[in-house]
Design a protein around this ligand. Sequence first.
Ligand code: 5GP
Ligand code: ZN
Length: 119
Amino acid sequence: MAGEAQADCLFCKIVAGEVPATLVRETETVVAFRDINPQAPTHVLVIPKAHYPDAAALAAKAPQVAADVLREAGEVAAEEKLDGTGYRIVFNTGAGAGQTVFHAHAHLLGGRGLEWPPG
Ligand code: 5GP
Ligand code: ZN
């Protein structure tokens, strides 16, 4: 069933509290926590509590939760005082684009200059 926790999913385990993480925000539907291998001074992962393999599946199956993820990413950016300098929200999708955890997640990156196009 769409959205059900997967036993072998690292981010489902973080949602369940079975794997520790440094949480920065939590709502009924979303959790945000610091990336274990930060690529910028602010690098926060914003994820739906329910399991969807990528952002497109999340948006197709649970559009309100997809909106929740984007809103929470904006809230984290505001809390980290990134609104003035700018920030980036990234959804790597597919192994070829660098996705390694197949539970939808937004990377919120900021606090340094961000090149375009990304590598
Ligand atoms: P992806 O490569 O799938 O777009 O992003 C997965 C992200 O999860 C990576 O940036 C990686 O550093 C992060 N990550 C992997 N394992 C853990 C973990 O156990 N805890 C936290 N907080 N982040 C993790
Ligand atoms: Zn999951």
